[in-house]
Design a protein around this ligand. Sequence first.
Ligand code: ZN
Length: 444
Amino acid sequence: MTRLARGAAALASLLAAGMVPASAPLAAQSSHGLNRTERATVQAVDRHNAQALALLVRLVDMNSGTMNFKGVRAVGDVLRAQFDSLGFTTRWVDGTPFQRAGHLVAEHKGPGPKILIIGHLDTVFEPSSPFQKFEKLNDSTARGPGVIDMKGGDVIALYALRALKDAGALDRMNVVVVYHGDEEDSGTPLSLARKTLIDAAQGATAALGFEDGAGDPRTAVISRRGDLGWTLNITGTPAHSSQIFTKDVGAGAIFETSRILHQFYDSLSTEKYLTFNPGLALGGTTVTIDTTETVGSANGKTNVVAKTMIVPGDLRALSPAQESATEATMRRIVARHLPNTEASITFHDGYPPMAPTDGNRKLLAMYDQASRDVGSTPVVAVDPSRAGAADISFVANIVPMNIDALGLAGSDDHTDKETANLNTLPVKTKRAAILLYRLTNPTK
Ligand SMILES: [Zn+2]
């Protein structure tokens, strides 16, 4: 029986006996659920909190915009020294092959089940941004570039491990930490940029992501949609417009595109958690588009049947099954063809979906129980449509249990109002530490 099931069963029997009002805060019911090592771990988190905050300030004050390779590396070096001091084996993975700064990897090989910790060193704020420094707004809030996305999460994971070391619990732990240098703007080719993470995920029991998530510490992420790109290429038979619809000329590229997009909409637009969006459409006699598929030009005349059309779009699905079924439907629709037209669709690399599996739910239940046991709130899964893309998606189909949003909570990431709720720093560090401990020392 899991801790959650045990706690819930105990609470249910108390409720049935009329011993506690149904509205009693759950945290109070189970605040004695910590064993001696866990209590020592929680105390160590409190002891180190000022130090953790000082490290966070130091890291936020160092610019590490994704394309500022020196800055990303410098943030990596600071964290690397911290992991070294905990006895981890650390290395820097050079990012030259995928045109980014690189990644920090820190490993601790104990006898316990392997746990993967995921973070990132980079932020969306390049050196050209006016937003560069940590600024305390009051006792419990601070503004700063990357303070929640996700230098706060990086510090939380580190100090959870530090507390476990203090409590004598780190020796048994088998942990691999991967902090990417290019989460906000992934390197290319993507397969190379994510190879380190995917290699690290092999054999792992659980993957823990320390992103800020939806900003509410009462939620965590156990599923998020994937994000793929696609491009439609359509050709027609150019001719004088007076001959359109004849046997020799047919429908032209623009009518064929219109048919395809309309059938995409009719067949797929009401499916839950599925979205797809054509973001640009260029059609006519000649068309150009740049390699980023965001800028282009088209020429055509009303009295000429369109020869060509190009439409780039995106596709977000909740599970690999939904994604592949959607791709198959889109391919089927594209293959039909109006008279004298040709069309093809290609799908591009992106973030794979993180499906809401039983394993992920089990890990959430453990995290929820850890939260209650350290005196914090229950934690539920956030709606996947509110969960943005993150690197844990690349391992969610490899690792049996995955959870994200274990990082510092706050609001307005990716803007110059990015604000942290500093009260969540010790709380989220405790939760993470207890979860790591229980994953390493399961009670069955
Ligand atoms: Zn992030």
